[in-house]
Write a protein that binds this ligand. Structure first.
Ligand SMILES: Cc1cc2nc3c(=O)[nH]c(=O)nc-3n(C[C@H](O)[C@H](O)[C@H](O)COP(=O)(O)OP(=O)(O)OC[C@H]3O[C@@H](n4cnc5c(N)ncnc54)[C@H](O)[C@@H]3O)c2cc1C
Length: 463
């Protein structure tokens, strides 16, 4: 039986990063994967969606070329080619992980893995043959899939999840998106930009409900302006797929409404891949669909660990990777600090983009802080004007007493590339005064962080 120091089950951004770090630390490592290397993130999540969204952005530029003094005779799209480009990008990224596995001398074992007693992993290959592998440490990183609601069963054709949504053969004329988290609004924006008539249904009062309320409201305004029908405080009660189209019964505060579409995308969250992987046989504890771990990602059974989407916490690729790195560094006996889950950035790549870290205004108030809040609109930014992208703002939240940077919330073009400043600032425990005095380059969108901070301290220049 092959023996390893570390076997990782699943090769998503949690699993493959864990494996690389383990190998860097001199641990003999293998990764077990039942599909393509790279997990949801590279194959069916972060990367292919961003490729689709880039096509949407370019298409929007072409449609509005005259705004930039340019003439495009007839901007048109080839939906098939857009989808194929996205699949090509995903395949390329997966091959990149293959290269990294080789480079780091990590064994890739293809097949469905199951943890067993005695620190073993049983792998069943495509032909149904099984083989056992042994390791001192087994890291479960099997990720998650689209969650199905009982009243919204997915048939993969008329009621679909995110995998189908990024690989449809034919562009739907009308689409209903259920759920307005990051995944829902990214697809709503993409299909709307491609010319599909989109309705988005959100159960809570605001779109992107986890964001600061100011951001949610601004986002809703932009979505409506772009022609997306927004239904908040609304829920899809049932769907009828018996005809050529799909009819969704939507309950709103005003009563019930039936909406017809070609396709309903269910984007209501995720369901972890924890079934049939041996957890029950070993007595590994789970709660509310997640594997329970301590701050070093150890399960209740020694030698077995879990990281990424299968554990509690934000289901994000960068969280999965950070957890995996910490998990193996601790295994190796390094002195490491536990992850600060209060300083994880969240990004949404629709148009406008959203990026945030730390507390919302409501959370900071509820925590009892006295606040200094500053907001700088991109309508007052030179770079935003030059780019023709004046929507949105940066909002910063500081503790009035010590100047601690409690939260940063951004909405606008390219803000997902700007949020790392706030993450780093908060990690280094910077104060509002220091952010204000850190010279930001001109003209950039990032000046808005400095100006918003200046606004918080009544020193704003360009407002
Ligand atoms: C549409 C979409 C867009 C997203 N966009 C973003 C984004 O922009 N930014 C971001 O941070 N996050 C994004 N996410 C979330 C991100 O993809 C996940 O948080 C991330 O992939 C989780 O990584 P993971 O390693 O825990 O699991 P996964 O990426 O799910 O990987 C798990 C792997 O384990 C394999 N596996 C499962 N069970 C077994 C088994 N028994 N044996 C062998 N292999 C197994 C699976 O095949 C898979 O390859 C997005 C998700 C979706 C769906």
């Amino acid at each position: 039986m092959s023996k390893y120091d570390v076997i990782v089950l699943g090769s998503g951004p949690g699993g493959y990063v864990t494996a690389i770090r383990a190998s860097q630390l001199g641990l003999k490592t293998a990764v077990v994967e039942k599909e393509s290397l790279g997990g949801v993130c590279l194959n069916w999540g972060c990367i292919p969606t961003k490729a689709l969204l880039k096509s949407a952005e370019v298409f929007n530029y072409l449609k509005h070329a005259e705004d930039y003094g340019l003439t495009v005779k007839e901007a048109d799209k080839d939906f098939d080619a857009v989808v194929n480009r996205s699949r090509g990008v995903a395949n390329g990224m997966s091959k990149g992980v293959q290269f990294l596995m080789k480079k780091n001398k990590i064994d890739v074992i293809n097949g469905f893995g199951k943890v067993k007693a005695g620190k073993k992993v049983e792998v069943k290959d495509e032909e149904g043959n099984t083989k056992d592998y042994q390791a001192d440490h087994i890291v479960i990183a099997t990720g998650a899939r689209s969650r199905e609601l009982p009243n919204l069963p997915q048939d993969g054709e008329k009621v679909i999840g995110y995998r189908e949504a990024m690989s449809l053969k034919k562009q739907p004329k009308k689409m209903i998106v259920v759920g307005s988290g990051a995944i829902g609004v990214e697809f709503a924006h993409f299909y709307n930009a491609m010319g599909t008539e989109v309705t988005i249904v959100e159960y809570l009062p605001n779109l992107v409900p986890l964001e600061d309320t100011d951001v949610s409201k601004e986002f809703e305004k932009s979505f409506k302006k772009a022609g997306i029908k927004v239904m908040t405080n609304a829920s899809v009660e049932s769907v009828d797929t018996s005809g050529d189209t799909v009819k969704a019964k939507v309950k709103t505060k005003k009563g019930e409404e039936t909406i017809e579409a070609d396709v309903v995308l269910s984007a209501v969250g995720i369901k972890t891949n924890i079934e049939n992987i041996g957890l029950e046989d070993l007595g590994i504890k789970t709660d509310k669909d997640k594997i329970i771990v301590n701050e070093w990602y150890q399960t209740n059974v020694p030698g077995y660990y879990a990281i990424g989407d299968v554990t509690p916490g934000a289901a994000l690729a960068h969280v999965a990777s950070a957890e995996g790195i910490l998990c193996v560094e601790k295994i190796k006996g390094m002195h490491v600090e536990a992850l600060d889950y209060g300083n994880i950035p969240g990004c949404t790549y629709a148009s406008p983009e959203i990026a945030s870290v730390g507390m919302t205004e409501k959370q900071a108030k509820e925590a009892g802080y006295e606040l200094k809040i500053g907001k700088f609109p991109f309508s007052a930014s030179g770079k935003a004007s030059a780019s023709g992208k004046k929507e949105g703002f940066v909002k910063v939240i500081y503790d009035a007493k010590y100047g601690e940077w409690l939260g940063c919330h951004m909405i606008g073009a390219g803000v997902t590339d700007m949020i790392a400043e706030a993450v780093l600032g908060r990690k280094l425990e910077t104060t509002g005064h220091e952010v204000l005095k850190a010279v930001h380059p001109h003209p950039t969108m990032s000046e808005a962080v400095m100006e918003a901070t200046a606004a918080a301290y009544d020193e704003v220049i360009h407002l």
